[in-house]
Write a protein that binds this ligand. Structure first.
Ligand SMILES: Cc1cc2nc3c(=O)[nH]c(=O)nc-3n(C[C@H](O)[C@H](O)[C@H](O)COP(=O)(O)OP(=O)(O)OC[C@H]3O[C@@H](n4cnc5c(N)ncnc54)[C@H](O)[C@@H]3O)c2cc1C
Length: 521
């Protein structure tokens, strides 16, 4: 799977220049949602001024932060800057990180460092050239291997809180002491057999038991924001559903939903026993229809209808996202109890692009980053207009996207108790800190897992930090003008694509090819 992404990295960043079509096939039969004209309409200028001013105050907070060269964060940031200045180095470095856990001897690590990095390292920095140059002799290979393996492990530990729930207790407690709540995700591998699927499910139940035994007794478990629905419990998990069944596939839709609903129910039962909150993550567009169907089946059943705020994730980069939001709000209405909805942009854009191009499939996502940003804002407003049916959670590191949600909520007379902000552990901490200090409940999404499955996750974080389209890259590395970063986004897709806002139907979703596509973003 990562190989497909590396192919992408070697190509240009976006194959759909603004104004061109991203998909070839027509889709019909579903009523069109609002026209592109309605979707593109600018927001109230007074609201926009407020968002810009709020965003500027967040940027002002970031100015005072400087990493010490003694910290791991400083060197991680340095490495990111180098890799962005020499694109070949970025591809080679991420390839090395990906392959590292499979290399069994220091000689093998040293060999791979030499083969992957020699050419690019010379153009980077004398210290890098020196480190790579060491691997020319046996002793040098041992030193290089030690330093590279240790460095990558430390880098992974910036984004992954521990190998298992017990190891994570300390960092999780620290998070709450610092004023953040959390949701824990268990990193998984490709699930190729039922034994692995069952093992993965058991790890979730074990995590709920460990946290349920420990966390409520902490002094730090007291609600960070009393009365906030997100603080009904200090324990929260995020489940990657597709990896709970080895045959998850849209070609096997009914059975996938049957099995996943049953397995999700077992996890929900453990969560309910412990009074924990839970989210079901969104994945690629092949698996998402299965995930949404299973979510609705489980949380509409009499056993779980009283479970508070079961959470689901919606991806604004999908052309079907607005339909999906309405579908989930309808579901909450029919359930008679609110759900939580985490709005994100979506983590599988590159993967879906490569697969669509390889297989000549219709591309189900927006092709321009600005359209995803605009969609995120539009959907934020819809969620905030419906807080009696949902607890909106805005999962983003983009200051404009988050500022828009906070200011629109205020304009509607809502309070910070009506929604929450969510960020990934180890990413954009200064931004999380800025929102938390303004009184917004801020939840860290915390992955746990061993180094091997963790490498895929680490590479995706590195890709996100260095992508040309990334808000974080422009904020922290390119120092782009604040006014540009805070500009109101508009849909920039051709009209005929924008009209295609239907939820992908099971039969029409070609990605489900029998291969389990589970990936930790
Ligand atoms: C707490 C949390 C939980 C998350 N849970 C999930 C989850 O369950 N499922 C999931 O898929 N992701 C999840 N994500 C990841 C999320 O979808 C984004 O990948 C990530 O947050 C980057 O988006 P941003 O708004 O922070 O940054 P920005 O830099 O503003 O946006 C980057 C995003 O824009 C979109 N984009 C990039 N290029 C293009 C293009 N050419 N055309 C259209 N759109 C483009 C992509 O979605 C990309 O991730 C989660 C993120 C957070 C913070």
């Amino acid at each position: 799977m990562l190989r497909a992404l590396f192919i992408h990295l070697s190509c240009s960043e976006n194959p759909f220049p603004s104004g061109t079509l991203g998909g070839k096939k027509e889709r019909s039969g579903k009523p069109p949602l609002p026209t592109i004209e309605a979707m593109s309409r600018s927001i109230d200028p007074a609201l926009n001024r407020k968002i810009v001013s709020f965003g500027r105050s967040i940027f002002a907070d970031l100015e005072d932060i400087e990493e010490s060269p003694l910290s791991m964060r400083y060197w991680n940031s340095q490495l990111m800057q180098w890799s962005m200045s020499v694109p070949d180095f970025k591809v080679s470095l991420f390839r090395l990180v990906d392959v590292l856990p499979t290399l069994k001897s220091p000689e093998a690590v040293g060999d791979h460092v030499r083969q992957y990095l020699t050419e690019a390292a010379g153009r980077l920095h004398p210290s890098m050239a020196w480190l790579v140059g060491l691997s020319d002799c046996l002793l040098g290979r041992l030193i290089t291997s030690f330093m590279v393996t240790r460095g990558v492990r430390q880098m992974a530990s910036l984004f992954i809180a521990g190998a298992d729930p017990k190891e994570a207790l300390k960092p999780l407690r620290r998070l709450r002491r610092n004023g953040y709540c959390f949701t824990v995700d268990l990193l998984g591998e490709f699930c190729v057999c039922e034994e692995e699927a069952r093992e993965y499910q058991a790890r979730y139940i074990d995590a709920l038991n460990t946290f349920g035994d420990e966390v409520p007794s902490w002094r730090e478990a007291a609600p960070l924001a009393p009365g906030h629905p997100g603080e009904i419990s200090p324990v929260c998990i995020s489940v990657k559903l597709s990896a709970l069944y080895s045959q998850t596939s849209s070609l096997n839709f009914k059975r996938s939903v049957d099995v996943l609903s049953e397995r999700l129910s077992e996890i929900a039962r453990a969560a309910q026993r412990r009074g924990a909150l839970m989210y079901v993550d969104a994945e690629d567009s092949g698996n998402n229809p299965i995930i949404y169907e299973s979510f609705k089946r489980v949380f509409s059943s009499p056993e779980f209808v009283s479970m508070p705020y079961p959470g689901i994730v919606i991806q604004a980069y999908s052309k079907g996202a607005e339909s999906r939001v309405h579908e989930m709000l309808d579901f909450a209405r029919s359930r008679g109890a609110p759900i939580a909805i985490r709005l994100v942009k979506g983590a599988y854009w590159d993967l879906e692009r490569v697969l669509s191009a390889q297989n000549d499939w219709e591309f189900p996502l927006w092709t321009q980053k600005e359209s995803s940003d605009a969609c995120f804002e539009r959907l934020s407003r819809i969620l905030l207009d419906n807080t009696e049916h949902c607890l909106p959670a805005f999962g983003s590191h983009n200051i404009r996207s988050l500022s828009h949600a906070c200011c629109y909520a205020e304009q509607r007379g809502l309070t910070p108790k009506n929604f929450e902000i969510q960020v990934l552990y180890g990413m954009a901490e200064p931004i999380a800190q800025a929102f938390k200090s303004r009184g917004y409940l801020t939840r860290m999404y915390v992955p746990l897992g061993d180094l091997l499955p963790g490498m895929g996750y680490l590479v995706r974080r590195l890709l996100e930090n260095t992508s040309n389209e990334s808000f974080l890259r422009h904020t922290f590395f390119d120092s782009e003008e604040v006014s540009t970063l805070l500009k109101e986004p508009h849909y920039s897709e051709p009209h005929d694509l924008a009209k295609d806002t239907t939820v992908p139907s099971t039969a029409a979703t070609p990605q489900g090819d029998g291969v389990v596509m589970h990936l930790d973003y």
